[in-house]
Design a protein around this ligand. Structure first.
Ligand SMILES: Cc1cc2nc3c(=O)[nH]c(=O)nc-3n(C[C@H](O)[C@H](O)[C@H](O)COP(=O)(O)O)c2cc1C
Length: 332
């Protein structure tokens, strides 16, 4: 039996391993999330993938059937645009009524919805790209924060702080547990993050090759071929830095940026999420902005989530062992 690493995060969520697998738009559904929690980590159903409240409720129930009594979470993206958050309130009500134990929030300030979640007994982990946002989230009452570095697939924030800096800086300044994300895909990084005071790690890109993920084999093969050097940050002009696979759509966005386009409307046809949704289904990875980060270098085979997590934890223990074998010498 594999030994366990206990941290404040494993206690908070009642999970075996200090690993979060973050919400994945169009991809983190009941099948995938149940596979993650059955492997001893924590997963999050992407609420915006099921924007109709009835659909989200059904997906949560399906996950409960597959995960038995294991807790699982929901990812809620908070838009900076208030009008886009009307839908959020309805989804939040489903999350409460379905008694989901933990929510991963991301995007805008979670402050306004925290009292609602606290009253419902829901734990909140807010995901941010810089310590200063984490401090605001802590003041607003979140239970933990995920700090993601510039290497991450998705939104690294306009400050583009690297994970190594986040890992050492965050735990010194925050009292709530800090989870490190961005470029994580090898277990030795968990050991390093723990050494720097973090309580766990968060993965997205590394998990894109999971067998249980509903995506075309050609898409997963593209991730396997990828090195992570083929990720690119776009939407800088919109101050919405977005790390994605370097494909035709990403290049078209860059070309518009270089021509001086600055408004969302100029890009809207390329940023349309339906393009990405279709790409995951068809395996045509030339189209859509496909969130994808530097940790693709660790994704070398299509495997069940359990195999990925088991190998990751073995790598973490191997790294711990290497550290314990290091000798400290004192000179006179
Ligand atoms: C394909 C994909 C889709 C994602 N979709 C979301 C999302 O809908 N909401 C969210 O909060 N984060 C999303 N993320 C970010 C992840 O949850 C996680 O924070 C990030 O992938 C961690 O960095 P890594 O990719 O270097 O592991 C997505 C990431 C990927 C790779």
């Amino acid at each position: 039996m594999q030994p366990k690493i206990r941290t404040r995060l494993t206690h908070l969520l009642g999970i075996q391993h200090p690993i979060l697998c973050g919400g994945l738009m169009h991809l983190s559904d009941a099948n995938y999330v149940a596979a993650v929690v059955n492997a001893g980590a924590m997963g999050f159903i992407s609420a915006l993938t099921f924007p109709d409240p009835k659909q989200l409720g059904d997906e949560i129930q399906k996950c409960r059937d597959l995960a038995g009594d294991k807790p699982f979470g929901v990812n809620l993206y908070i838009s900076p645009r208030q009008d886009a958050n009307d839908r959020l309130e309805k989804l939040l009500t489903v999350v409460r009524d379905e008694k989901v134990v933990v929510v991963e929030t991301a995007g805008g300030n979670p402050g306004p919805i925290i009292p609602f979640m606290k009253e419902a007994g829901i734990k909140v982990i807010h995901k941010v790209p810089a310590v200063r946002f984490a401090l605001s989230a802590e003041r607003a009452g979140v239970d933990a924060v995920s700090l993601v570095g510039a290497e991450c697939g998705g939104h690294p924030g306009y400050m583009m702080v690297g994970s190594m800096v986040q890992a050492a800086d965050g735990p010194q300044k925050l009292s709530v547990p800090v989870i490190l994300g961005g470029g994580i895909g090898h277990g030795s990084q968990l050991t390093a993050a723990l050494a720097m005071g973090c309580e766990g790690v968060l993965m997205g890109t590394r998990m894109l090759v999971s067998s249980e993920l509903q995506a075309h084999q050609n898409y997963k093969k593209r991730v396997i071929e990828g090195t992570g050097l083929d990720s690119i940050v776009v939407q800088k002009k919109l101050n919405n830095h977005h790390r994605v696979l370097d494909n035709q759509t990403a290049q078209a966005v860059l070309a518009l940026e270089n021509k001086g386009a600055e408004n969302y409307e100029d890009y809207a046809h390329l940023l349309n999420g339906d393009l990405s949704k279709e790409a995951y289904a068809s395996g045509n990875t030339d189209q859509g902005l496909l969130d994808y980060g530097q940790s693709a270098c660790f994704a070398n085979a299509i495997e069940p989530v359990r195999a990925i997590v088991t190998q990751f934890m073995q790598e973490a223990f191997d790294a711990k062992e290497r550290l314990s074998e290091l000798r400290t010498e004192y000179s006179e």
